[in-house]
Design a protein around this ligand. Structure first.
Ligand SMILES: [Zn+2]
Length: 304
C-alpha cells in the first residue's frame, strides 16, 4: 500500500522513511526517489510544501487478530530465514497450570500470545514464519488474564491429539515437511518453541528466561539469544542481573526436528514473581522483541 507523508521542518529522506516505519537502506531510499521523481529539489532534497508517497509493503495474518493482522514490513534483514514458532502445548493440553488471586492461568495461553508476538516481529523484518500451534479466534491479546480454551490446532488445521506421543509426532512431522520444502532455498531454518513450565519445582524458585537444547548447533543459537537478552537487561534494568541458563535435554521436539530447535522457558508459571512478569502484555511484547533481536544477531552472523 502507499501512504502520503508531509515532511517536517529540516527533514531529509532518511528521517522521513524512518518516521514512517521503514528502514532507510540504499534500496528503500532509491525506491522512494523513483516513486517521487519530479517532486524532489535537485533530485535529493525534500520540499516542505509537498507531500510524498511512501510505498509500504504489508501482509495480512488473521491469526494475529483484527487489531494486529496487518503487518508492515520494516526491513529485509531476515529475508530468506525460515522460522517455526511453536507456542508450547495447546488443544486438549493446556500445559502447566498456575493460579493467581484465585484465577487459573495456563501455560499454553501465555506461550501462545508471546509466540504470536514473536512471529509478527519476525515477519516485519522479512522472515518466512510458520505458526505451528494456531488458535483461530485468539489473536494477540492485551489482556492480563488469558482465559484457557482448547480449540488450538496445528498448522494446516491438523488436530492436536490427546495422546502425547502422537501429538508430538504430528508437530515434528509438520515442521519436517515444511523444512524439506525450504531446504534448497532457505538461508537458515530454526524452530523456536516457547514454554512457561515449572519443571519439578512446585512454586520456587523464580527463574529467568532460560533455554533447553538438544544439539551443539542449537546450543550456539541459544547462546546468541541468551547473550542478547543479557545485553537488553543490562541496558534497560542495570541493577537486575540476568541468570538465564542453557540446559541440554533429550526431548522429541529437539531431537527429531530437522531445523535447529531451541525451547525457550519464559519463566516458572507457579512462581508469583514470574507470573507478575508474564501476565503483563507489555512484558510479553518485550520478550518477543528481545528474542527476535537474538535471532537477527544469529542471522547476521554476529554470534555474541
Ligand atoms: Zn511446557
Amino acid at each position: 500500500m502507499t501512504v502520503e507523508v508531509q515532511p517536517q521542518p529540516g527533514e531529509g529522506i532518511w528521517s522521513l522513511l524512518r518516521r514512517s516505519g521503514i528502514d532507510p537502506t540504499p534500496a528503500s531510499v532509491s525506491s522512494f526517489k523513483t516513486l517521487n521523481a519530479g517532486k524532489l529539489r535537485n533530485g535529493t532534497e525534500l520540499r516542505r510544501d509537498v507531500s510524498y508517497r511512501i510505498s509500504i509493503r504489508s501482509l495480512t495474518e488473521p491469526l494475529f487478530g483484527k487489531e494486529y493482522e496487518t503487518v508492515l514490513f520494516k526491513s529485509d534483514r531476515l529475508k530468506g530465514h525460515v522460522y517455526y514458532i511453536v507456542g508450547g502445548h495447546g488443544g486438549p493440553d493446556p500445559g502447566t497450570l498456575g493460579s493467581i488471586g484465585g484465577k487459573q492461568i495456563a501455560e499454553d495461553e501465555i506461550a501462545y500470545d508471546t509466540a504470536l508476538r514473536l512471529a509478527r516481529e519476525l515477519m516485519m523484518d522479512g522472515a518466512t514464519v510458520y505458526i505451528i500451534v494456531q488458535d483461530p479466534d485468539d489473536g494477540i491479546r492485551n489482556d492480563t488474564y488469558l482465559p484457557v480454551d482448547h480449540d488450538e490446532v496445528y498448522y494446516g488445521n491438523k488436530k492436536i491429539a490427546l495422546n502425547q506421543i502422537s501429538r508430538l509426532r504430528t508437530r515434528v512431522r509438520t515442521i519436517n515437511e515444511l523444512y524439506d520444502k525450504h531446504r534448497k532455498t532457505a538461508l537458515s531454518q530454526q524452530v523456536i518453541a516457547l514454554h512457561v513450565d515449572s519443571y519439578g519445582y512446585r512454586v520456587e524458585p523464580q527463574v529467568d528466561v532460560h533455554f533447553i537444547v538438544g544439539s551443539n548447533r542449537a546450543n550456539s543459537l541459544a547462546r546468541t539469544i541468551r547473550n542478547t537478552m543479557e545485553d537488553k537487561y543490562r541496558h534497560h534494568q542495570p541493577d537486575r542481573g540476568y541468570q538465564g541458563e542453557i540446559k541440554h535435554r533429550n526431548l522429541m521436539l529437539l531431537r527429531e526436528t530437522k531445523p535447529t530447535a531451541v525451547l525457550i522457558e519464559l519463566g516458572n508459571i507457579r512462581h508469583s514473581g514470574d507470573q507478575q512478569r508474564l501476565l503483563k502484555p507489555s512484558n510479553r511484547q518485550t520478550l518477543a522483541e528481545w528474542i527476535k533481536e537474538g535471532l537477527v544477531r544469529e542471522a547476521s552472523g554476529r554470534s555474541t
